[in-house]
Design a protein around this ligand. Structure first.
Ligand SMILES: Nc1ncnc2c1ncn2[C@@H]1O[C@H](COP(=O)(O)OP(=O)(O)O)[C@@H](O)[C@H]1O
Ligand SMILES: CC(=O)OP(=O)(O)O
Ligand SMILES: [Mg+2]
Length: 424
């Protein structure tokens, strides 16, 4: 009997969940997708549910859903009541549940979640104010509603454990930095790992030889310099606030700015709770900045239509900030670049943004084919390189849920051992 894996990706504006069946042959490590559901637009209500099971597609507005946990409960209800998905008609049939956890601190790889792991993830909540607490709420819900399932945490940070010290270290007092574990962690690592796997297959090049400049552009956006298949540098830092701006995030700013923005910068935010303590500065920069503060919307699709001056400004800021990274990573790769890769909600759907970014780095040898860029079809990887361009430009439809489910199959023995040890 195939085993069922439920894979959950709680982003800052969306929850995506996919149901997979394990392959019947022991040798295969490829899970089969049975159904996928996504509630998007949590920061731009009303949110919408998109549901796909084989050829069956459904779309509906979910007016009262505004948190990741509510979105997950809605999705779980939808999945388990779908008569076309008998595989999970009984909730006990879900053997593994994978959770994307954005901040994993020093965890080098996935963990079966027990009380201790749960608390370690909770301790990191202040360092990912839009992510860890919502993921923990979903983990709690799964423990209550699916008590037979083994919960596994996959961390965005694990992929970036290869960052060299001169890149991960902040030039600050090192005693305090070490005590408080203040360093660059990097995020979107599950997505970047998926990109490495997929692009390596697409280019028929071993992962260990693959150099890419990857842009994961969604509600949160980051760039990653991938050298020999591993993370060498990335734009996010101690928290997912650093680097590129996002839907409600400022991205990197002069650190002194906040003390001039408000005298309350260091005071606790009203949004602090017993689970998460953040300052007003952190609340403003994470939740009240970015596209929302500039344009009133978090929907980059709308902003890209550039109807108003403020949309144009937001669009131009994003392009400008991305252009701070691509040439710098190009130099760090010594010009040995296999591809510039666009992924994430904006990277995959933002036709105009891709064009502006690629044109911005044409002096390096990139070029975009306008027709392919405008009509990229449905393949996982789409080559949008202009004929004659020296370097490739690709779109890769990232799939963090699939990446986690694959890993469950690949590292099954270690996970079983971890599960036994933790008595789960
Ligand atoms: N056609 C489009 N053009 C540009 N951006 C888009 C388009 N459609 C959706 N988006 C943007 O994609 C983002 C969501 O990306 P996604 O990676 O799914 O989010 P999350 O960060 O929550 O995982 C939203 O900011 C949304 O506005
Ligand atoms: C790390 C991060 O910002 O993730 P997301 O884009 O899914 O919110
Ligand atoms: Mg995301």
């Amino acid at each position: 009997m195939p085993e069922i894996i439920l894979s959950i990706n709680a982003g800052s504006s969306s929850v995506k969940a996919s149901v997979f069946a394990s392959p019947t042959s022991q040798a295969s490590k490829t899970p089969t997708l049975l159904a996928e559901a996504e509630i998007s637009g949590l920061t731009a209500p009303p949110s919408t549910l998109k549901y796909t099971r084989g050829d069956h597609h459904a779309k509906e507005e979910t007016r009262d859903v505004t948190t990741q946990d509510a979105a997950f409960k809605y999705i779980l209800d939808h999945l388990t009541s779908d008569s076309g998905l008998p595989e999970i008609a009984k909730k006990e049939d879900i053997k593994f549940t994978c959770h994307r956890v954005v901040h994993g601190g020093d965890f080098p790889h996935s963990q079966v979640i027990d009380e201790d792991t749960y608390h370690k993830i909770a301790e990191l909540s202040d360092l990912a104010p839009l992510h860890n607490a919502p993921a923990l709420a979903i983990i709690k819900t799964v423990s209550n509603l699916l008590p037979y399932s083994t919960n596994i945490a996959y961390f965005d940070t694990s992929f970036h454990h290869t960052l060299p010290p001169h890149i991960s270290t902040y030039p600050i007092d090192q005693t305090i930095a070490r005590q408080n574990k203040l360093r660059k962690y990097g995020f979107h690592g599950i997505s970047y790992k998926f990109l490495v796997h997929t692009i390596s297959n697409h280019l028929n090049k071993p992962k260990s030889d693959l150099n890419i400049i990857a842009l994961h552009l969604g509600s949160g956006a980051s760039a990653c310099c991938i050298r020999s298949g591993a993370s060498y540098d990335t734009s996010m830092g101690l928290t997912p606030l650093a680097g590129l701006p996002g839907a409600t995030r400022s991205g990197s700013i002069d650190p002194s700015l906040m003390f001039h923005f408000t005298h309350q910068a260091g005071n606790p935010s009203h949004e602090s709770s017993s689970e998460m303590h953040i300052t007003q500065a952190e609340e403003i920069l994470n939740k009240k900045s970015g596209w929302k503060s500039l344009t009133g919307t978090t929907d980059f699709g709308k902003i890209s239509e550039v109807d108003r001056e403020e949309d144009k400004l937001a669009f131009d800021i994003f392009v400008d900030r991305i252009l701070n990274y691509v040439p710098s990573y190009f130099a760090k790769l010594d010009g040995k670049v296999d591809a510039l890769v666009f992924a994430g909600g904006i990277g995959e759907r933002g036709v105009k943004l891709r064009k502006a970014v690629v044109e911005g780095v044409r002096c390096l040898g990139f070029g975009i084919d306008e027709e392919k860029n405008s009509n990229p079809g449905k393949e996982t990887v789409v080559d949008i390189t202009r004929e004659g361009a020296k370097y490739k430009t690709l779109i890769c439809r990232t799939d963090e849920q699939l990446q986690m489910a694959r890993r469950v199959l690949e590292e099954r023995e270690r996970l079983e051992e971890d599960r036994r040890r933790k008595g789960k």
